[in-house]
Structures are given as structure tokens and as C-alpha cells.
Design a protein. Structure first.
Length: 187
């Protein structure tokens, strides 16, 4: 059995990326073990997944980002977490938090970064008549969606593509790309 790195996933919403990470991380050779899920949204659907798979989870309010970061650092240090994955986590982490953690923090974003940082990516991509879109896994810095790119998956936009259809097609790719990227980081 490979010695797995203890990881925590930060979420705010549906948690479909969390779901695919949980499933893949149960694989014998997967390099990380998800030991904790933290949500800044008490009603995030992703919390149900943590419950379903018996993964410890915490709701930590982010109404003050300072106290969110302080409480999160406390929880992850307590559990000796050495890898953080952001999966649909809707807050920007501070430099101070990133430095205090001291290990890798990665995120997945539904566009071909550096294009379309931030929210409503699919809407903006379609409005600009882009031929391609996709998803990106990147390191997290204190600047939104701006850290070094780890990997990307590009897909061709179809005729009659809608925001919904694009979101669905890209999300399917995200689920594959996130795990593949984690494997590549531990090689
Ligand atoms: C994904 O598109 C992710 O890239 C973005 O937010 C969405 C979250 O989806 N950051 P989910 O919560 O993993 O289902």
C-alpha cells in the first residue's frame, strides 16, 4: 500500500468534484486520503457526500474570512493534513493562510485559464463565441484563479451549445482531470 498524503477538500456547493475525488481516493494506488471536508456553506450538498462516505466534515462560517482561515488552519493542523484541494470553494484565501499552511493547495476552475477567471465562465465563453473551452487545475495563490497551471483539458464548443450543456460537459471533464492531476503531482 502506498503511503497516502492526508488531504482536506474545501467546498461551498454541490460537491460533485468532491464526490469523484472521494471515489478515486479509495483506490489503492491513489496518492491522497481525504481525511477532512470543510464547507463554508452549512447547506452545501457536498456535506452529504462526506457523511455518506464517513469522512469527517466541518462547517466553518466564512462571514469573517479571518476567522474562517484561523479555524480551518486549526482543524487541518490538528489532523496533520498536508494537501488541500479546493473544489467549488467560493472564497479567495489570503497569502497569510497559504504561507501558514505551508503545503500544496490546488483548485479546479471551469475555463481554460488564464482566460475567464472568476464566476459565470460558461456564459462569458458563449457570449464571446469562443470555439473552445475546458477546465484547469492550478495552484492556489491569493489572487483569484491565477496560480501556476498544473493541467488543462480542452473541449470543442458545439453548435447550439447552451450554458447548461457546456457546464455539464466540462464538469464531466473536471472529474477526470482533477484526479489525474493529483496523481501527476505525486509522481
Ligand atoms: C466546478 O465547475 C468547479 O470548477 C468550480 O465550481 C464548480 C463546482 O462544482 N470551481 P462541484 O461543487 O464540484 O459540483
Amino acid at each position: 500500500m502506498v503511503e497516502k498524503t492526508k488531504a482536506c477538500v474545501l467546498i461551498s456547493g454541490n460537491g460533485t468534484n468532491l464526490g469523484s475525488l472521494i471515489k478515486n481516493s479509495r483506490n489503492y494506488n491513489f496518492p491522497i486520503k481525504i481525511e477532512l471536508v470543510i464547507s463554508n456553506n452549512e447547506n452545501a450538498r457536498g456535506i452529504k457526500l462526506a457523511k455518506k462516505y464517513s469522512i469527517p466534515y466541518k462547517f466553518i462560517s466564512s462571514s469573517s474570512i479571518k476567522s474562517f482561515e484561523r479555524n480551518t488552519l486549526f482543524e487541518i493542523k490538528k489532523r496533520k493534513i498536508k494537501f488541500l484541494c479546493l473544489a467549488g470553494f467560493m472564497k479567495v484565501l489570503s497569502k497569510n493562510f497559504i504561507n501558514s499552511f505551508g503545503y500544496k493547495i490546488i483548485n479546479i476552475h471551469p475555463s481554460l485559464l488564464p482566460k475567464y477567471k472568476g464566476l459565470n465562465t460558461h456564459k462569458r465563453v458563449l457570449k464571446n463565441n469562443e470555439k473552445y473551452s475546458g477546465c484547469t487545475v492550478h495552484y492556489v495563490t491569493s489572487r483569484l484563479d491565477s496560480g501556476k497551471i498544473i493541467s488543462q483539458k480542452k473541449i470543442k464548443i458545439k453548435k447550439n451549445e447552451t450554458e447548461k450543456s457546456l457546464e455539464k460537459r466540462i464538469l464531466t471533464q473536471e472529474h477526470k482531470l482533477y484526479s489525474k492531476s493529483i496523481i501527476s503531482l505525486f509522481k
